[in-house]
Ligand binder design. Structure first.
Ligand code: TYD
Length: 210
């Protein structure tokens, strides 16, 4: 039994959480065990680090410090949640993973692509997802939809220009890793987007959803 690792990525407010839930239900209905998780967070230690990352002033951390916190959280998440679940044969679906660090800290934040690649090699190594669904929407649309009611506003406050860079970074990541990444248009109804995502999963991972 081998597990399957899937990540969802995209700018703020692209509808990732809703779509992740729908896909998880679909896979459960197809008889798969599904572990739904998120970053930053996803384990006790990861969630504790998340508190440091998402709250407080916009410039609380430099982009490099922020990346180091993200990767510390990611390592704990991998060790305590993701790898054990994969070993037990589950489908693990995470709301964000390493591409978020590349897009937000590496490119939009300016910490650098090389730096992110070095951190990735050290912390994630070969444990990348087999499928990454990038939900793509114009940055302004995402910002309008972003949920800023939880007091987790540090990233939304970075503004439209930052979100545009994030979007472009994701499109570049997808172009560089087409065997792993699929860009899905996040516009339209929840049902329409869910259908697009299910088609991608059927096509890329026929053993998971037929
Ligand atoms: P999340 O709770 O997924 O926010 P949203 O629901 O808006 O997608 O993530 C919180 C913020 O953390 C989000 O704005 C993206 C940011 N982030 C990074 O900047 N780098 C990272 O590596 C990760 C995982 C998240």
């Amino acid at each position: 039994m081998t597990g399957v690792f899937i990540s969802f990525e995209g700018g703020d407010g692209a509808g990732k959480s809703t779509q992740m839930k729908i896909l998880s239900e679909r896979l459960r209905a197809a008889g798969r065990e599904v572990v739904q998780t998120r970053e930053p967070g996803g384990s006790d230690g990861g969630e504790a680090i998340r508190e440091l990352i998402v709250k407080g002033a916009k410039d609380r951390w430099s982009p490099l410090t922020e990346a180091l916190l993200m990767y510390a959280s990611r390592r704990d998440h991998l060790e305590r949640t993701i790898l054990p679940a994969l070993a037990s044969g589950a489908v693990v679906i995470t709301d964000r993973f390493a591409d978020s660090s590349m897009a937000y800290q590496g490119v939009a934040g300016g910490a650098g692509v090389e730096t992110m690649n070095a951190l990735h090699a050290l912390v994630v190594g070969e444990h990348d997802p087999v499928l990454t669904i990038i939900l793509d929407a114009p940055a302004e649309e995402g910002l309008r939809r972003a949920d800023v009611t939880k007091g987790e506003t540090r990233f939304e406050e970075k503004g439209a220009e930052f979100q545009r860079k994030v979007r472009q970074a994701y499109l570049d990541i997808a172009k560089a890793a087409p065997e792993r990444c699929v860009v899905v248009d996040a516009r339209g109804s929840v049902e329409a987007v869910a259908t697009r995502i299910a088609e991608v999963v059927r096509q890329r991972l026929p053993a998971v959803l037929s």
